[in-house]
Write a protein that binds this ligand. Structure first.
Ligand SMILES: *[C@@H]1O[C@H](CO)[C@@H](O)[C@H](O)[C@H]1NC(C)=O
Length: 264
């Protein structure tokens, strides 16, 4: 163990080097290589933000695995992430990466080249619902969720609607694969149209035989059915890894950000 005064002393020295001009430069070579500097655990006033950003990375990479609610101390971080532009910017980059890949694909032009889209937090944004319900810090309330869904007023995620039409223009056909229930088909179609989507090839919802399975099992089995019909799944977009994982996978799977909830 390092005696506690040492890091404080070193930072003081470093500070004085920075402020004393060129004479300090040669001496400065060694301290930054010291791992204790590189991996400083010094906490600033925004230590919650730093922690929550790391938590978000863990969630997005699926390192976190199954999680239930946003940690209480990260609620304001999530609100800021969504509302202050980072969510928009992250989604835009995912859409750009999707399009870059899509342009490399040679399409057969037989109507069987498809791109699979998830709906909630992929094509449609339910941010108003989550904003009104603690940004994902509360346990999922199916009654409240269904009340929101039947309003059919979710807007398009800006990055996704742009990508959607760029892909159609390239010649891909859109298949929408959602965890929403078959009983919500017409309200979902209504919401998609309200948000500005049209011209999808197929909309797949959870039917009776899909009840009681995880999203990853349900969605991969639907991809298998699509492939059995001769469709080639070039790309798949979703905000959950369970939209994308499982055999068969699309040639490229693109993960949109979602720090508000997790679906297995
Ligand atoms: C779930 O939402 C409904 C409808 O908004 C509400 O009446 C109910 O109290 C909520 N349940 C819980 C446990 O919060």
């Amino acid at each position: 163990m390092i005696p506690t005064p040492l890091p404080a002393l070193l930072s003081l020295l470093l500070l004085s080097f920075f402020s004393s001009g060129s004479s300090a430069r040669s001496i400065l070579k060694s301290p930054p290589d010291d791992p204790r500097f590189l991996f400083s655990t010094r906490r600033s006033s925004s230590s919650d933000d730093q922690y929550c950003d790391s938590w978000r990375l863990s969630v997005e990479t699926n390192n976190a695995g199954k999680w239930s609610t946003v940690p209480e101390k990260c609620v304001s971080f999530v609100a800021k992430y969504i509302e202050k532009g980072k969510y928009r910017s992250d989604s835009d980059v995912v859409a750009q990466d999707s399009l870059t890949f899509a342009k490399t694909v040679t399409l057969a032009g037989d109507g069987k080249d498809i791109w699979v889209f998830d709906i909630d937090e992929t094509l449609l944004s339910n941010v108003p619902y989550y904003k009104a319900n603690g940004w994902g810090s509360k346990k999922f309330n199916e009654t409240a969720w269904d009340e929101w869904v039947i309003q059919a007023k979710a807007a398009a995620l800006p990055a996704s609607i742009k990508l959607y039409y760029e892909l159609l223009k390239l010649g891909f056909h859109a298949v929408l694969l959602t965890g929403r229930d078959e009983s919500q088909r017409s309200i979902t179609e209504q919401n998609l149209l309200y948000a500005g989507y049209h011209s999808w090839t197929r909309l797949i919802l959870r039917g009776d035989s899909d009840k009681g399975t995880t999203a990853v099992v349900y969605k991969s089995s639907k991809r298998a059915e699509l492939e059995a019909e001769g469709y080639r799944i070039h790309g798949s977009s979703g905000d959950q890894w369970s939209d994308l994982f499982g055999s068969p996978m699309a040639t490229r799977s693109l993960k949109l950000p979602n720090p508000m909830y997790f679906i297995s």
